[in-house]
Design a protein around this ligand. Structure first.
Ligand code: NAP
Length: 288
């Protein structure tokens, strides 16, 4: 996705994946800075750790409490910090790392685009309280959804997110547990569904999918999860997490390049890569 976007913008860059143990994250960020990388993306479990490892936090990273994108910057002749794309020739040795978050806006945009869901006043059941669940919950609260129900295997983590929402968005109605009524939207932010043998992330003894209008699964591989199949059978609109992945990546490319990202080129490359990886890719390394 990123290399297709980079090529379409005619940038002489390459996007590469590096497998970094969390104990070495600080060294990896400082190494990339010393080597004058344009920027970085970070994924689980680095997004929270990186908050303490960058020189500056963009308001997006402060607001959502996680860093998934870093931009390296250097001072121009007037001493103003500029992204490296602004330097045609020599980049000064003095550099800084600025942390951004592009996940939160991406999930809201994907829900609107892929399900046509109007978030304001919508009632939402959110399954999962890991990194992605937390960002999604806070973003939904910032969009003033009507009622927000949080469910997680480890309920304490859902309680902590509910407390954070009550502090930051005191007017938001938020409850931990399944709703008794219909909801406009169910979001799966658990990792249940990545493997074919996984149980459904929703406990049908407590909540029937017939009570939901739409279901968004953050998982994009497989393209149709068991939850999405069950939701379709129950008459719901469904979408997978490709849109969120696309928009967080496209925004990162915009942050690094200062240019409008070629969304459709990136979407095509992403879908192709996901289809290819369904047949060949091993399970990615995870340290959590
Ligand atoms: P994470 O921080 O590791 O959180 C994992 C979540 O799944 C937690 O809520 C965890 O519950 C739950 N879970 C794991 N195994 C479970 C099981 N056997 N039974 C019930 N619940 C279980 O991961 P994350 O970063 O939030 O990612 C969550 C999912 O979202 C993943 O599938 C990931 O691929 C996807 N994701 C997609 C995008 C995108 O762009 N589309 C972006 C980020 C993440 P506990 O708290 O009880 O452990």
């Amino acid at each position: 996705m990123q290399n297709a976007g980079i090529a379409a913008l005619r940038l002489n860059w390459r996007y590469l994946a590096f497998d970094v143990h969390p104990d070495h994250l600080r060294a990896a960020i400082n190494g990339a800075k010393a080597m004058k990388f344009i920027g970085l993306n970070l994924t689980v479990p680095h997004k929270l750790l990186a908050l303490r490892m960058v020189d500056e936090l963009d308001p997006s990273a402060k607001t959502w409490g996680a860093v998934n994108t870093i931009r390296f910057e250097a001072p121009d002749p007037q001493g103003r910090w500029q992204p490296l794309v602004e330097f045609a020739d020599e980049v000064p040795d003095e550099m800084r790392a600025v942390g951004f978050n592009t996940d939160a806006d991406a999930v809201a945009r994907a829900l609107r685009e892929d399900l046509g869901t109007e978030l304001r006043n919508a009632s939402v059941l959110l399954l999962g309280a890991g990194g992605a669940g937390r960002v999604a919950a806070l973003k939904l609260a910032s969009e003033a959804v009507g009622r927000l129900f949080l469910v997680n295997r480890t309920m304490k983590k859902a309680e902590q997110i509910a407390d954070a929402i009550r502090q930051r968005f005191p007017r938001q109605e938020v409850a931990v547990g399944y709703p008794q009524t219909q909801v406009d939207l169910v979001i799966n932010a658990t990792s249940l569904g990545l493997k074919p043998e996984d149980a459904l992330p929703v406990d049908e003894k407590h909540f029937s999918l017939r009570r939901a209008r739409a279901v968004y699964d953050l998982i994009y591989r497989p393209a149709e999860t068991s939850l999405m199949k069950a939701a379709k059978a129950a008459g719901c609109r469904t979408a997978n997490g490709v849109g969120m992945l696309l928009h967080q990546g496209a925004k990162a490319l915009e942050i690094w390049s200062g240019k409008s990202p070629p969304i459709e080129v990136m979407r095509g490359a992403l879908e192709e890569a996901i289809n290819d990886s369904m047949t060949s890719d091993p399970v990615p390394t995870r340290y959590d």
